[in-house]
Design a protein around this ligand. Structure first.
Ligand SMILES: O=P(O)(O)OC[C@H]1O[C@H](OP(=O)(O)OP(=O)(O)O)[C@H](O)[C@@H]1O
Ligand SMILES: Nc1ncnc2[nH]cnc12
Length: 181
């Protein structure tokens, strides 16, 4: 059900998100979510939107994707009193890790998760700032399947609706702000 207060906040956030044409490559319109995080009013609106949505789900752990998923995940976990687990770019996490290579709008990368960070059957929500091709979320989903997590949902601030991410993402996904690329 649509919440009129949320609808107003979402419009405000959409109107205040800065776009940088031709970054990091010609032809890419880079939607810079840091422009919302560096302002205390918009950052609070973002964290409240996520926290309100996730508080209605049954969730044990929030998994944030490097790097902007960390800025969201930490604050949401603090609000809801649940643990945070990172998925990081290759070579940053110590101990036993599992890796998955993926493609995104402007290149490719490798994600890793620590094997010990999730217990079998834990209910997890993935959070990130933006979904474009869905490559990052798909990689996170594959890693979480390998550690036997129960993936409840991906919750994303901005979706680029025309990039066909739905074909890559096999779990329910909620996004708040919609743009075309
Ligand atoms: O849906 P996709 O095509 O996978 O693209 C989305 C991902 O791209 C950006 O991160 P990026 O990999 O640039 O990393 P950063 O947050 O570390 O800068 C964004 O923050 C998402 O994580
Ligand atoms: N257009 C875009 N803006 C910001 N982050 C992105 N990640 C992938 N595509 C992006």
């Amino acid at each position: 059900m649509s919440n009129p207060e949320h609808d107003q906040d979402i419009k405000y956030l959409r109107d205040n998100l800065t776009v940088y044409p031709n970054f990091p490559k010609p032809g890419i319109n880079f939607r810079d979510t840091f422009s919302l995080f560096r302002n205390q009013i918009t950052y609070k609106k973002v964290i409240d939107l996520f926290s309100d949505h996730i508080s209605k789900l049954e969730v044990d752990v929030i998994v944030g994707l490097e790097s902007r998923g960390f800025i969201l995940g930490g604050a949401i976990c603090y609000n809801l009193g649940i643990p945070f687990v990172p998925i990081r770019k290759k070579g940053k996490l110590p101990g036993k890790v599992i890796e998955y290579k993926y493609e995104l709008e402007y290149g490719q990368d490798v994600f890793e998760i620590q094997e010990c960070s999730i217990k079998p059957n834990q209910k997890v929500v993935i959070v990130d700032d933006l979904i474009a091709t869905g490559g990052s979320c798909m990689a996170a989903i594959e890693l979480l399947k390998k550690v036997k997590a129960q993936i409840i949902e991906c919750v994303i601030l901005v979706e680029l609706s025309d990039l066909n991410w739905k074909k890559n993402v096999s779990v329910p996904t909620t996004s708040f702000i919609k743009f075309d690329s």
